[in-house]
Design a protein around this ligand. Structure first.
Ligand SMILES: NC(=O)c1ccc[n+]([C@@H]2O[C@H](COP(=O)([O-])OP(=O)(O)OC[C@H]3O[C@@H](n4cnc5c(N)ncnc54)[C@H](O)[C@@H]3O)[C@@H](O)[C@H]2O)c1
Length: 342
């Protein structure tokens, strides 16, 4: 039986999955995307994919059946439990984030041809020991301060290494074994989408604050006002995945690349929003455990390797992110929501 060549997207119904499916579907008239998620794919995305499979990445029989029916050319492995959820359920997170990734790598490795395996890692791989160290070490490159304090960060860092292992060293004792994986990893900052509201992450205070402000609601922020981490908006996150996937192999000098756009404190976010929405009140009510997690994450990232190797550059800086992407789209979204409710 000839197998249809496809792009498999796990975690397809998540925030990045939504942005990625829309982008990929716009690029071609023939949808060759197979979406995979624990939850059914949103109705408006269904016409954009060839098939939507509801299932668990821990179900290896189901994964094998996908490999039997389809030829896997590219895998965007997005399915994961995010940082706050992972801290609530650490063993489950280990299963989903690590064993799930091993299952997908093993599935890709069954192909006779090379499979591009695109993986989103996170600033959670960093572990700054204290605030002085954090603020005295801006623009951290890929290989420093890799002492994650969360299960999620530990999982992500290990999976970065797993991907490299499967690409370079898998089966190294057997001369007849040829690894069939081309693992490429983007290490993301916090991502903010105009169209979806996140849950389960520890950078969620930023998108929550923006979505609350646009609706005219006050917001109690779960971190201190000085808390600073890097961010980018969803179109740039999707672009980073696509650009790294399309980069010529010979240009890549490493497997994991930092990408970033702007670093901002929680109070900078609040001030930026209050310029447009002067009547909202933002208060700070830090949750100690979540505060400790973001305090351990990098203040800002050095993404010069991605610039040099595959021409990465974010389209949106701080001002254009707010003025041309976030605020207009979120306002339009809630205006439509109010119309629909009438
Ligand atoms: N959003 C961010 O700020 C951010 C930052 C850095 C890295 N990332 C990474 O990007 C990826 C996607 O993030 P997101 O923001 O879209 O997350 P999300 O939580 O919105 O989506 C994750 C999706 O994975 C699915 N999923 C969870 N467990 C599963 C399982 N066992 N089997 C199948 N599907 C399962 C969920 O149903 C969900 O739809 C994740 O790997 C995340 O760690 C995200």
């Amino acid at each position: 039986m000839t197998r249809k060549p496809i792009t498999l997207i796990t975690g397809a119904n998540g925030e990045i999955g939504h942005g990625l499916i829309r982008y990929l579907a716009e690029q071609t008239n023939t949808p060759n995307i197979v979406a995979f998620d624990l939850k059914p794919l949103a109705d408006d995305l269904l016409p954009l994919v060839h098939e939507s499979i509801v299932g668990d990445i821990l179900d290896t029989a189901l994964l094998d059946s996908i490999g039997e029916r389809y030829q896997l050319d590219t895998i965007y492995h997005l399915a994961a439990l995010l940082s706050t959820t992972a801290e609530k359920y650490p063993e489950l997170a280990h299963q989903v984030n690590v064993q799930g990734t091993v299952n997908l790598l093993a599935l890709a490795n069954k192909e006779a041809h090379t499979v591009k395996f695109i993986y989103p890692s996170s600033i959670a791989v960093y572990g700054l020991p204290d605030l002085d160290t954090k603020y005295n070490n801006p623009n951290i490159p890929e290989d420093q301060f890799l002492h994650p304090t969360t299960m999620y960060g530990v999982n992500k860092l290990y999976c970065e290494h797993l991907g490299e292992y499967y690409t370079k060293n898998y089966g190294q004792l057997d001369p007849t074994t040829k690894p069939s994986i081309d693992f490429r990893c983007v290490r993301f900052p916090g991502i903010i989408s105009a169209f979806t509201v996140p849950s389960g992450g520890t950078s969620d205070y930023a998108p929550e604050m923006i979505h609350a402000a646009v609706q005219g609601n006050d917001y109690a922020c779960f971190v201190r006002e000085d808390t600073t981490i890097p961010f980018m908006v969803m179109p740039d996150a999707v672009q980073a995945l696509i650009q790294l996937a399309n980069a010529p192999s010979q240009r890549l000098t490493q497997r994991t690349y930092n990408v970033t756009s702007f670093s901002l404190s929680a109070s900078d976010f609040a001030q930026k929003l209050q310029q447009t929405y002067p009547n909202i009140t933002i208060t700070y009510n830090p949750t100690p455990a979540r505060q400790a997690i973001v305090d351990s994450w990098a203040h800002s990232l050095d993404d010069s390797c991605a610039h040099q190797d595959w021409g990465w550059s974010p389209e949106y800086d701080l001002d254009s992110a707010f003025d041309t992407y976030l605020l207009p789209n979120i306002e339009a979204h809630y205006a439509q929501y109010q119309l629909d409710a009438v």
